[in-house]
Design a protein around this ligand. Structure first.
Ligand SMILES: [Fe+2]
Length: 456
């Protein structure tokens, strides 16, 4: 059982009024050597509409497969999903299935999940452990490194065995995650991810444990989902309760070569609403999560965010949490990154919510939305068991109020994309990340010189 840290901290550290004069070493955003807080210059991306046909056109879907999905690095799983030799994960991407296997020497290899005999899939999606991979059809058998262990009646194949076993693909690890690529010529993983590894190193993802793992089949294109999490303009429209929880308007947007981010101040009140007289319930939850007792708070409402930062800075080490490499804003805020093309990261000091958006194999109007949450496990606490993976269709189950609100519009947005009366995405500055995301898509599909006339 995990110890209840929050109760311990409230009991041990007492009232918050002591915090006001606390002199604790502060790491101002500008001091952080690893996660820069400074704004990147905005790219010149113009104001054109974005073609809506790219959200449903089968030809465009094919181009995405040939020029994006099979060219980039993609997220497979966590390293601790496959701790021992023989542990494996099967993950599906569009029409392909990928087998990721922990090797005897501790390394990780990825293979196309297909038997070289008659094309059968070797394993279904999910996590497992194996000594060898034996195909269920004719019992062709492969070792963990993909080489042949046994081919029954090999003497009846006059041509002999195929020259090599399973078809291997590029595979590497970063940030406690395993990545693969269909592209044998792909650049090194760290080059592809740049500058993400530098930015996110201070979060210690390897000390965060998976606490939730679900996949929902959504009735929309995968980009409809990426877009939905790449702007905060919709908060006032569909998440009104968050206006007493975060600042949805003063958000710094940073676009890099292919990835982008925005920084959302949490534990604060949106400028769209009046300051409330009391601590809003949602911020009380943030305080409790930090080990504070909201009943004791007698500071100003407008200072909540800074006081929570101070508290965490002072007590983090005592709670077994290493915040030493994070700046003050990272102690409360959502440092929210898109790793092109399909990984959305909501990153806080103590937790991570990761979305992986995967295309449907054949239908541009459908996709798979993987949600995983991770929690920082304080020193000395037990690592929780990995949750079972759950999978269901849109609307069958709640995935929490905020994500339910996000999901609510997606099918109707997707329907609208097909409308002859729709003229394309009309993008404002608050949605600059969407414009940047589509520019990177264009660069992959059409090359850096831009789109030919008539292209989507
Ligand atoms: Fe949202």
């Amino acid at each position: 059982m995990r110890r209840n840290v929050k109760d311990t901290i409230v009991r041990d550290y007492g009232k918050l009024d002591e915090l006001r004069d606390v002199k604790v070493p502060r790491v101002r955003p500008e001091d952080s050597p690893e996660t820069p807080a400074g704004k990147a210059p905005d790219p010149e991306l113009g104001t054109d509409t974005i073609a809506h046909a790219r959200y449903y056109d089968h030809e465009f879907m094919k181009l995405e497969w040939e020029r994006i999905w099979t060219r980039v690095w993609l997220l497979a799983c966590r390293e601790d999903d496959i701790p021992e030799p023989g542990d494996y994960v099967v993950t599906e991407m569009g029409p392909e299935s990928v087998l990721v296997v922990r090797q005897e020497d501790g390394g990780v290899k990825a293979f196309y999940n297909v038997c070289q005999h008659r094309g059968n899939r070797l394993r279904g999606p999910g996590i497992g452990s194996a000594k060898t991979f034996k195909c269920a059809y004719h019992h062709w058998e492969y070792r963990l490194d993909g080489s042949f262990e046994n081919i029954p009646d090999l003497e009846t194949f006059p041509q002999g065995a195929p020259c090599r076993g399973l078809e291997e693909m590029r595979c590497d690890t970063w940030g406690s995650f395993v990545w693969y690529s269909f592209n044998p010529e792909v650049e090194p993983l760290l080059d592809f991810l740049d500058p993400i590894p530098q930015h996110l190193a201070p979060y210690n993802f390897d000390r965060m444990a998976l606490t939730r793992d679900v996949t929902i089949e959504w009735d929309c294109n995968w980009k409809t989902s990426v877009d939905a999490f790449n702007e905060s303009y919709h908060v006032q429209g569909i998440h009104p309760q968050l206006l007493w929880y975060l600042d949805d308007y003063n958000i710094q947007i940073d676009c890099y070569e292919r990835h982008n981010r925005y920084l959302i101040p949490f534990a604060t009140i949106s400028p769209r609403v009046k300051l409330p007289p009391d601590v809003p319930p949602a911020i009380k939850a943030i305080m409790q999560e930090a080990g504070m007792d909201p009943a004791d708070y007698d500071g100003k409402i407008k200072d909540l965010r800074v006081n929570i930062q101070k508290f965490k800075r002072k007590h983090g080490a005592d709670q077994g949490k290493d915040y030493s490499r994070l700046n003050d804003d990272q102690l409360t805020d959502d440092y929210h990154y898109l790793i092109f093309p399909n990984i959305t990261l909501n990153i806080h000091a103590d937790d991570l919510m990761l979305f992986r958006q995967r295309p449907h194999p054949t239908d541009p109007d459908r996709m798979y939305f993987d949600v995983q949450t991770y929690e920082l496990i304080p020193d000395g606490e037990e690592w929780p068991e990995r949750p079972e993976h759950g999978q269901f269709k849109h609307g069958d189950k709640s995935i929490g109020l905020v994500l339910d609100q996000d999901a609510f519009n997606l099918p109707t947005v997707q329907q609208g994309m097909h409308s002859r009366g729709y003229r394309g995405l009309w993008i404002g500055n608050q949605e600059l990340r969407i414009r940047h995301f589509h520019k990177v898509i264009d660069d992959y599909i059409y090359g850096p010189d831009g789109k030919p006339p008539g292209a989507l």
